[in-house]
Design a protein around this ligand. Structure first.
Ligand SMILES: [Zn+2]
Length: 754
C-alpha cells in the first residue's frame, strides 16, 4: 500500500554531541548484524532497526516512532550490549521492566548484565545492583522516572560509565499523549545534572505530530535524527458500531461466531469490566476480568490464563495490555469508545501482531464521550481544553463515513493514498455518496470571510444559520453566507470540513485552539475545484429504513406468532417429560429464538441461556419448527443478513448478486429470472445505489471494448450529471450504445461510490 510520510524534513539533521570513539566503539554494519545473530539469534533486522542502531552507535540523538510490535526495544538493547558502560533505560512500566530484564538475562551468562531500579526493590537488592554497576557488569539498567529523579541516585549515576540514555514510552512526556506522566518532564534536567555527554534515544509507539514536537522540545532533542515507521497495520479491520441496548448480545454473538479465538474487550470502568466478564461467563464464554483494582495475584493469574489460552477473552480496563505480547489476539472490542484516538490506536494495535487476522470493533455512543468531557470539568482549564479536543477527534473518527485507516493515519501525520483500504467498515460497506465540491468551496469561503479566526463549530453555525450568542456577538448572522448551507445539518457540514482537512485544503491550527485556516492548496482549489466525494446525508425516512435493515434484532421486535408456537411446543414437551416448561427453555431464550431464528443445533447454542447440553437435549424439535416457519414465511434471518446486510430484502436482488459473484453472464441471469436486459440493469443499478459493491469486470471485459470502457469512465469522472442520456449524446450515439453506458456507469458507481 502506498504510504507517504509527510513530516518536516528539516528535523532530519544530525547533531554530534560527543566524540563517539571515546565512549562507544565503532562497529560496522556487518559487526552489528553478527551480534544480532549471536545474541538474539535473528539474522534480519525489522524495518529501520539497523539504521537506528547505527545512528545511535555513531553517537547521534535519535527519536524513534515505531508502532507497537515493530521491535522498538531492540533499538536500544543491542547497542547497550555492544557498548562500553551502562545504558540507562527509562521506562514507566514496572511489570515491563522486569520482563525485559529477565529476557535480557536469558541471552547472557552474566545475570548482572541487566538490572532494574524501582521502588519495588529492597535495600540489599539495591546494593547488589549498585555493586554490579560499579564493577561494570551491567549493560542495561532499567529505571523508573521517579527513581531516576532521586538525588542519591543522581549522585550515584555520576560515578558510573553511562553509554547512552534510552527513554521508552516517550509519549508520557506530553500532555497530548494518552498516558501523560508529569515526572517524565523532568528527565532532561536530571540527565543534564548527571552530566555524562552521551546520546539519548527516545522511543514511542504512538505520536501525533503534536506529541512528537512536544517530546522533542521537552527533551531538547530538536536536532535529533528522527526515525518514523509507518503506522499502517494493513491486517487490522476497523469497524465502528452504534452502541444500542443490544450491545451485550451483539458481542456475545460475535464471540460465538469466532469460536476459540483470543480477544480483548476494553471497558472504561472497573465495574463494567467485572459485570461484563460475568455476563460472558454466564453465556458460556471463557472470559476473565482484568483491572487495576484486582489484587495482584488474581491479575497475574488472569493474564497468564489469557496468555496460556486457558481463557479466550479478557475483559479489561486500559490497565491491561501494556507489555503484553500475545501475537495472536484476533479481536479487540471497545465496549466504550476510548478517550483519545491515540489510545484507540494503541489498544486496537494489540490485535493481530502476527500480521494475521485482527478485527477491531468499537461501540460508539456520543453520549459516552460527552460524559467523559463532563468529568474533565473538575480539571484545570488548559487540561479541559486538551480533553475536549482529544474527544472531538475521537468522535470525528467514530462518526466519519470515509476510510477509517485513512483517518487514523492522517491523525498520525501520515498520508494514506489508497481510495479503498478494503479492510474497514466504511470501505467494505460504504454508503451512497455525492460530489461535495460546491459545499467544500462554500465552507472555505466562509473560513476566509471570517479571516480564519474561528473554529469548526462556529463555521458550521454560520453555514447552517444557527444563531448562537457567539454568532450574534461577531454579527456573523449578517454575513451573506449565513444559513446558506441550511439544507444540510451540522453533522454533514462537519464532515465537509473534515474532508477539506483530509485533502489539505484546510488545516486545523491545533496550537491555536483549533482555528481553521485555508492552505495554499485550498486557495488553489477555490480557483480550480475538482470533485471530492462525500457520503450522502440520509433523510429521516431513509434513516429509519436503514435502521431496520441494519439492526435485525431490535429487542422489542420479536416475532409473536413464532413465540406462541415455540411456547406451545415447550408445553407439549414439558407435559411429555413431566417437567415444568421453564426447565426446558426460559422465556428469554424463546424470545431470542424469535429474533435469531436458529435453524441448526450449532446456531441454537448461540441463543442466550442455551448451552450445548440443552441444545442437544431439547433443541432438535425447536430447530425443526423454526426451520419450517422460516421457510413458509420466507423470513430473512439475521444470519443471512450478515452476508449481504446492505442490500434490501428482495430475493431477486440477492439472486442477482450471488450470480454476479459467480460471474454468470448477464443474459443468462436475465433469462433465468424472466427479465429483459433493461429490467436486469435497472435492478443492478438499484443494488449499487443501495451501497453494495459488485464486481462486473468479467462481463465488461468480455463485451465492451477497452477503448469504450475508458472513454465512458472518463466521461463520468468529469461529468456534471449522472444522466445516461446526456452521456450518450456527448459520447455519440453512433458509436456507443445505451447499454454500454449503463453498464459502465454501474461499474463507476460501484467502484467509486461504494
Ligand atoms: Zn478503509
Amino acid at each position: 500500500m502506498a504510504v507517504r510520510r509527510v513530516r518536516n524534513q528539516s528535523l532530519h539533521r544530525v547533531c554530534l554531541r560527543f566524540n563517539p570513539k571515546t565512549i562507544m566503539q565503532k562497529y560496522t554494519e556487518k559487526d552489528i548484524k553478527k551480534m544480532l545473530k549471536k545474541i538474539f539469534g535473528f539474522s534480519q533486522f525489522k524495518g529501520n532497526q539497523l539504521e537506528i542502531i547505527k545512528s545511535l552507535m555513531d553517537g547521534n540523538d535519535c527519536f524513534v516512532i515505531m508502532p507497537t510490535g515493530g521491535g522498538k526495544s531492540m533499538c536500544y538493547q543491542l547497542p547497550a550490549l555492544m557498548s562500553e558502560g551502562t545504558a540507562i533505560i527509562i521506562s514507566p512500566l514496572i511489570a515491563l521492566m522486569k520482563n525485559q530484564v529477565d529476557a535480557i538475562r536469558n541471552y547472557s551468562t552474566e545475570s548482572g548484565v541487566a538490572h532494574f531500579l524501582n521502588a519495588s526493590l529492597s535495600k540489599s537488592e539495591i546494593n547488589t545492583v549498585r555493586e554490579d554497576l560499579l564493577n561494570g557488569k551491567t549493560k542495561l539498567l532499567y529505571v523508573a522516572p521517579e527513581s531516576l529523579t532521586k538525588e542519591e541516585n543522581v549522585d550515584f549515576f555520576k560515578a558510573i560509565n553511562i553509554s547512552f540514555y534510552a527513554i521508552d514510552e516517550a509519549h508520557c512526556i506530553s500532555e497530548w499523549g494518552h498516558d501523560f506522566r508529569p515526572e517524565y518532564r523532568r528527565i532532561r534536567n536530571i540527565i543534564d545534572s548527571i552530566g555524562a555527554k552521551v546520546p539519548v534515544i527516545a522511543l514511542t509507539a504512538t505520536a501525533t505530530p503534536k506529541v512528537q514536537n512536544d517530546i522533542q522540545k521537552n527533551l531538547g532533542m530538536d536536532k535529533a535524527k528522527v526515525f518514523i515507521s509507518s503506522f499502517n497495520r494493513p491486517n487490522l479491520y476497523y469497524e465502528i458500531r452504534e452502541k444500542t441496548k443490544n450491545i451485550d448480545k451483539e458481542i456475545v454473538k460475535f464471540i460465538k461466531d469466532n469460536p476459540g479465538k483470543s480477544g480483548i474487550i476494553y471497558c472504561l470502568s472497573r465495574k463494567k469490566v467485572e459485570d461484563f466478564a460475568n455476563f460472558l461467563q454466564v453465556n458460556k464464554i471463557r472470559a476473565l476480568p482484568y483491572h487495576a483494582g484486582l489484587d495482584s495475584k488474581t491479575r497475574v493469574e488472569n493474564q497468564d490464563a489469557f496468555l496460556m489460552e486457558k481463557c479466550d477473552v479478557i475483559v479489561a480496563t486500559i490497565a491491561f495490555g501494556m507489555g503484553i505480547d500475545k501475537p495472536d489476539v484476533r479481536f479487540v472490542i471497545h465496549y466504550d469508545m476510548p478517550k483519545s484516538l491515540e489510545g484507540y490506536y494503541q489498544e486496537t494495535g494489540r490485535a493481530g501482531r502476527d500480521e494475521g487476522e485482527g478485527k477491531c470493533i468499537a461501540f460508539y455512543d456520543y453520549k459516552d464521550l460527552y460524559k467523559l468531557e463532563k468529568f474533565s470539568t473538575k480539571k484545570a482549564v488548559a487540561e479541559q481544553e486538551i480533553v475536549k479536543q482529544l474527544l472531538a477527534e475521537t468522535s470525528a473518527y467514530a462518526e466519519s463515513t470515509s476510510c477509517r485507516r485513512k483517518h487514523l493515519l492522517h491523525y498520525f501525520g501520515e498520508k494514506y493514498e489508497e481510495d479503498n483500504c478494503h479492510n474497514c467498515d466504511n470501505c467494505c460497506h460504504p454508503k451512497p455518496k455525492m460530489n461535495a465540491s460546491e459545499q467544500i468551496q462554500l465552507a472555505i469561503e466562509v473560513i476566509q470571510t471570517v479571516k480564519q479566526q474561528f473554529k469548526e463549530d462556529h463555521i458550521v453555525d454560520i453555514l447552517t444559520g444557527n444563531k448562537t450568542t457567539s454568532i450574534t456577538k461577531f454579527k456573523h448572522n449578517k454575513l451573506k453566507q449565513f444559513g446558506e448551507g441550511e439544507e444540510y445539518d451540522a453533522k454533514f457540514w462537519s464532515n465537509v470540513i473534515r474532508l477539506a482537512i483530509f485533502d489539505e485544503l484546510v488545516v486545523k491550527d491545533v496550537e491555536n485552539y483549533g482555528l481553521l485556516k485555508v492552505t495554499e492548496k485550498g486557495e488553489r482549489y477555490m480557483r480550480n475545484p475538482y470533485s471530492i466525494m462525500i457520503t450522502k446525508p440520509v433523510t429521516e425516512e431513509q434513516d429509519e429504513e436503514v435502521d431496520e435493515e441494519m439492526i435485525p434484532n431490535k429487542g422489542e421486535a420479536i416475532d409473536n406468532i413464532l413465540f406462541s408456537l415455540l411456547k406451545d411446543l415447550r408445553k407439549t414437551i414439558a407435559t411429555r417429560e413431566n417437567i415444568p416448561p421453564f426447565v426446558i427453555f426460559q422465556d428469554t431464550s424463546l424470545e431470542d429464538m424469535c429474533t435469531q431464528y436458529p435453524t441448526s443445533i450449532e446456531e441454537m447454542t448461540h441463543i442466550s441461556g442455551v448451552g450445548t447440553g440443552k441444545a442437544q437435549k431439547y433443541g432438535h424439535e425447536f430447530v425443526e419448527l423454526i426451520k419450517k416457519y422460516v421457510e413458509e414465511n420466507e423470513i430473512e434471518r439475521p444470519q443471512d443478513f450478515v452476508v449481504k446486510s446492505v442490500v434490501n430484502k428482495s430475493a431477486l436482488k440477492v439472486y442477482i448478486i450471488q450470480n454476479i459473484d459467480r460471474r454468470i453472464n448477464f443474459e443468462d441471469i436475465a433469462i433465468a429470472k424472466g427479465l429483459d436486459m433493461d429490467e436486469l440493469l435497472t435492478e443492478i443499478e438499484s443494488i449499487v445505489a443501495s451501497g453494495a459493491k459488485i464486481n462486473i469486470d468479467y462481463y465488461i471485459n468480455e463485451y465492451i471494448e477497452p477503448y469504450h470502457q475508458e472513454e465512458i469512465l472518463d466521461y463520468f469522472h468529469n461529468a456534471e450529471s449522472d444522466s445516461v442520456d446526456e452521456a450518450l449524446e456527448e459520447l455519440g450515439e453512433g458509436e456507443y450504445t445505451m447499454e454500454e453506458i449503463r453498464i459502465m456507469k454501474i461499474k463507476f458507481m460501484s467502484d467509486l461510490g461504494n
